[in-house]
Unconditional design. Sequence first.
Length: 192
Amino acid sequence: MSPSPILTKQATTDIRKMVRRKLELEPGLSGLTTVEAEIIKNHLMKAKIKLPALGVEFTIFADEPAMAGGEGSAPFMFGYFMAGTLLCELAQYTWNAAELGIVDNIHKLKMKLEGEFPLAPLYGLDDAPGASAVREMRVKTSIESDAPAEKIEQLARMAAARCPAHQSIVNKVPYASTVELNGQTIAEFRDK
């Protein structure tokens, strides 16, 4: 018995064609995403993630582990960053498998992302610019497929090149901050 594909043409190929037709009519269409987050209590936080163009809204929660002052009631904040990065690239595998015509050839696809951040900056022991940044992110992609190795390599390169999260990290997107106090702007700064 041969392995079953994990992707369907309806969820990949057909959707890809529909979105491309929409982009032909509206070439400037973007995936504007907004996230609004707030502290509920201590380290428990709530975020609303919105994708207005598709009328999508989700609410997620984050908390610190008990040993870091939280209650461990939800995943920790940086875990969402790491998971979001990896899931974004994983989604690109599905779209690009459709483009390469190998949707039926992917039987298993898993990714693992590792990266560690230094703890000293989190606790005020190193405030140098960039001190809290992850030094390196390592991704391992494991694929089971009967597609040729060169098609799988092409798929991997396309997924990385087309993934907004991957490209935002490697191209260091400017980060603009505005701080308001009681409705009045008190600070604006930009990290490059």
